[in-house]
Design a protein around this ligand. Sequence first.
Ligand SMILES: [Zn+2]
Ligand SMILES: [Zn+2]
Length: 64
Amino acid sequence: MSIATDTTLIIRCPYCAMGIEFRPMIAHKDGRFVCRDCAHTVRPGVPDYRCTCRPCLRVGAGRL
Ligand SMILES: [Zn+2]
Ligand SMILES: [Zn+2]
């Protein structure tokens, strides 16, 4: 039980992770992870990637 499957990457949605039950985001073939609840998407290793889901648009509008 010492070897972990490092290929398994679990990403949790920052917008839906506030509840008691965390929901892992779904991995897509193109490398993106999509949240089933709010449609938030992330790309691990791509900091310039911008998601266009509702919560992200809200944050962007608030900053600008
Ligand atoms: Zn979400
Ligand atoms: Zn988003």
